[in-house]
Ligand binder design. Structure first.
Ligand code: CO8
Length: 261
């Protein structure tokens, strides 16, 4: 499928989604949000795509935020609130997406770009990646989930520090804070992301979907409720053909071949 501001490339078992507005460092305007939604619909309806990798076009930026030119022209606070809610819903959809989403952060991931990166499951960063919530410098606040997802990830004081100062976070610091799971050279980033995508594409799809759900939903609940949820998902996944295949493959000393059923 063809879009103006994003590209979707299918690989074997996974797909690469590139935000492609290099002239504005891949800033997210409404049209790009709409196209992202369409691309997610497409990926979700393709059974053979088991992992999604998201990156930014060019060498400089993942996504440098919401499109400030567009933000400047929003006519009313009601309209601003609606746009914030729309972006939040899109990023929540990514967080809850039924397949793993790997964020391959190649450069600036600022404002809405950082918020997009925080909605993925695994974040690989180039040494050149720079994360930050500079909205405070524009007189606004992070409106696509940044205040909440960053605080839940790194704790309230650290999230407040970065949201209040707008300071950028280096790749190394992001790794230390648990924002990034791995840092790699710029040249190696997409190779590492594709290797990881290939690896995950071999795992049991239904199990991966419920692992994501158990962690996402369980960490928002108290421990007892979360453990009940985990046991109930265990029961659901136990009922799949892939569970028999995985256990048989182990006992027969061969590679499992999962069908997502
Ligand atoms: N929006 C629009 N254009 C942008 C953006 C952006 N976020 N970021 C960069 N650009 C454009 C620049 O205007 C410039 O365009 P031109 O060549 O026409 O002048 C081009 O991209 C290249 O950028 P720079 O020349 O600035 O490149 P530098 O290497 O000097 O600087 C930076 C790179 C540091 C990334 C710098 O571009 C920058 O600070 N960008 C803005 C970062 C920012 O503030 N992001 C937060 C935006 S607000 C936001 O994300 C809110 C999310 C919640 C919204 C809720 C909805 C209501």
């Amino acid at each position: 499928m063809e879009w103006e501001n994003i590209q979707l490339k299918r690989e074997k078992g996974w797909a690469l989604l590139t935000i492609h507005r290099p002239k504005v460092l891949n800033a997210l305007n409404r049209e790009t949000l709409e196209e992202l939604e369409q691309a997610l619909n497409h990926v979700e309806s393709s059974d053979d795509i088991r992992v999604l990798v998201v990156t930014g076009a060019g060498e400089k930026a993942f996504v440098a935020g919401a499109d400030i030119k567009e933000l400047r022209q929003i006519p009313s606070s009601g309209e601003a609130e609606r746009l914030a809610a729309r972006g939040q819903a899109l990023f929540t959809r990514i967080e809850e997406f039924p397949i793993p989403v790997i964020m391959a952060v190649n450069g600036f991931a600022l404002g809405g770009g950082f918020e997009l990166a925080l909605s993925g499951d695994i974040l690989l960063a180039s040494e050149k990646a720079r994360f930050g919530l500079p909205e405070v410098n524009l007189g606004v606040l992070p409106g696509y989930g940044g205040t909440q997802r960053l605080a839940r990830l790194v704790g309230k004081p650290t999230a407040k520090y970065y949201a209040l100062t707008g300071d950028m976070i280096s790749a190394e610091e992001a790794l230390r804070l648990g924002i990034a799971q791995k840092v790699t050279t710029p040249d190696q980033l997409l190779t590492d992301a594709s290797r990881l995508a290939e690896k995950l594409a071999q795992k049991a799809p239904v199990a991966m979907r419920y692992i994501k759900q158990a962690i996402n939903q369980g960490t928002d609940a108290d421990l007892k409720t979360a453990l009940r949820l985990e046991a109930s998902y265990f029961g659901v996944v136990f009922n799949t053909e892939d569970r028999l295949e995985g256990m048989d493959a182990f006992l027969e000393k061969r590679e499992a071949s999962f069908r997502g059923k």
